[in-house]
Design a protein around this ligand. Structure first.
Ligand SMILES: [Zn+2]
Length: 324
């Protein structure tokens, strides 16, 4: 089974890249003989700048310890695009939000005063609020501070179509469960934004629920790919024979992470039998757009089964999709 290989490789890469970042952060602290208590964890970029200045002067024979210690270092502000994936009231006027940020990944931030009539957040922040943000960077140990949110209109009205709203909630739940904090996924961000936009646009279409289901399936497959769990859907994962509509029986094994042919199915006790149309959809994603709702429901059932196995529990929103 190659799932573990993919997973291990993926995590190894992430660990390596993180340790690189951490190293950059610890160096400046060592250079301070008497760090300022009020700002124990200064921000990376600014600290780097001060360090190089310090080193240049030190190399030139001058010492600037006093310079580094005397001034407080303001928080570094970062501008980026973000989508709110969770919003909780913190006080009468403030919220704690979980944001999926294009170049940063998932973070938690406090939005002080976001519920006030006049604020830098364009009103209270709701789930699926999307737009340009400014936030002060943080460490994993403490909340970031959101200072601005230029909310794009038209992203928070999906609640008037319950099925589309639930599909967006399921997509959000899966994204949140399968990504780590401060783990950037710019391509996944773009796919997620596209998914929310398209779902919003198809709500008045003739076959709105079919279209929405197709968008959800494509987003879920994009999510699996982006987090390194892409299933093999164009061939039998065991004997590598390419999928063909001539296969008399087709199965999907969540543990093996892909399709299984009839000759191999006996070795995979967790397999689920697929109807040919559903298997055809998975093997050729272009067919998803033209498939009927019944077929898409079967494909979604398989995916929910697969996410349940992957997460070790059923996604909370799954029951709202499968019963509709
Ligand atoms: Zn096979």
């Amino acid at each position: 089974m190659n799932v573990n290989k993919v997973l291990t490789k993926d995590y190894e890469n992430k660990t390596l890249s993180r340790s690189g970042k951490n190293k950059a952060n610890t160096k400046p602290i060592q250079t301070q003989t008497n760090p300022i208590k009020a700002n124990k964890m200064p921000k990376q970029t600014q600290f780097k700048a001060k360090q190089s200045q310090f080193q240049r002067q030190k190399n030139g024979g001058a010492c600037c310890f006093v310079y580094t210690i005397r001034y407080d270092i303001p928080d570094m502000l970062t501008k980026d695009l973000a989508i709110c994936i969770r919003a909780l009231d913190y006080s009468e006027t403030s919220q704690i939000v979980t944001l999926f940020i294009r170049a940063t990944g998932k973070i938690k931030a406090i939005a002080k005063g976001s519920k006030r009539p006049k604020s830098a957040f364009d009103g209270p922040i709701e789930i699926f609020s999307c737009g340009k943000i400014v936030f002060s960077d943080s460490t994993k140990e403490k909340l970031a501070t959101l200072t601005e949110f230029e909310q794009q209109p038209g992203f928070t009205h999906q609640s008037d179509n319950l099925f589309a709203f639930n599909c967006c909630l399921l997509g959000t739940e899966l994204l949140s469960s399968l990504t780590n904090d401060y783990d950037p996924h710019p391509q996944l961000f773009d796919s997620f934004l596209q998914f929310l936009q398209n779902t919003n646009e198809t709500r008045d279409a003739l076959h709105a629920s079919r279209d929405t289901l197709a968008l959800l399936i494509l987003f879920q497959l994009a999510l699996l790919k982006e987090v390194g769990l892409q299933p093999i859907l164009n061939a039998c994962i065991n004997c590598k024979n390419n999928f063909s509509t001539d296969w008399s029986e087709v199965y999907f094994s969540s543990l093996a992470n892909g399709l299984i042919c009839r000759d191999c199915e006996a070795s995979f006790p967790d397999k689920i039998r697929l109807k040919k149309n559903a298997a055809g959809c998975l093997a050729n994603l272009k067919r998803i757009a033209e498939s009927n709702e019944k077929t898409l429901k079967e494909v979604e059932k398989i995916l929910i089964h697969h996410f349940t196995n992957t997460l070790g529990r059923p996604p909370k929103m799954a029951k709202h999709i499968s019963k509709s």
